[in-house]
Design a protein around this ligand. Sequence first.
Ligand SMILES: [Ca+2]
Ligand SMILES: [Ca+2]
Ligand SMILES: [Ca+2]
Ligand SMILES: [Ca+2]
Length: 278
Amino acid sequence: MKRLSPTLFTLFLFTMAGGCTQAGVNIDPEGDDDDDVTTDVTTDDTTDDTTNDPDCDASVDADNDGLDECEELELGTDDNNPDSDADGFSDSEEVDCLTDPTDATEVCYACGWQHADPGGLGPLGDEEGDTLANMNMIDQCGESVSMHDFAGAYHILFMTTEWCGACLSEASELRQRTIDFVDESGLEFSYIIGIFQDVQGGVPGGHVALEYAQAADAGRAIPVLSDVNEELLRATPFNGSPLPGKCLLSTDMVLVDCYTGHGDDDAAFDWIDDDAAP
Ligand SMILES: [Ca+2]
Ligand SMILES: [Ca+2]
Ligand SMILES: [Ca+2]
Ligand SMILES: [Ca+2]
């Protein structure tokens, strides 16, 4: 069940309402001898046409950023600049990753995760039925990631240490398990690997996430997060043993079911299928 992002939803409504693609039917509705159709092509004539606004052309993408003139008008972006706020991410990349393409302080995650936190998730807690705390951990791209940005999709949080060899063997299967379940169900799902101890049993540094992602062949298909602030065990019913710990997360980041040990997680996948069924 994929949700339309607020921006895309706005665009969707905008498009359904006819957008701004129609040339004016009545070229001079005010009777002021002002030929709106021709003057509005280059000026934002907000006091004149509001319903038949010819200020944009949905067939034109002059800056080749993947957004047409009308989408850019709606978003407030520059249709002659592929990166309107000059933050290094194109206007359409920012639409896809749910950041503001007109605000340079909002940028996409380097690993490509969406900023999907709807805000206000809760009530927070560490027991089943509670909403998982909005922890910050370091991902395999070296960036701090807020947990609630993974809202909107289903997840299984796979909690392990760097030193657990059997856990790494299972972690190496998680990318394929994710692909298989997504293909079969059509749902948005991913494992999230959370590492709460390094190879010496200490607090993991941020670099551990990248090393573990490489060892587990996770690429950027699965978030691999280093629990640099020691929050993970406090945020879930899992006390660190036996390994690995797992928590099924709903699309609202609720801790649905937490359990331990190796396995194929079929019960969790069945729950997701049932939850998503109409
Ligand atoms: Ca464009
Ligand atoms: Ca643009
Ligand atoms: Ca940008
Ligand atoms: Ca931005």
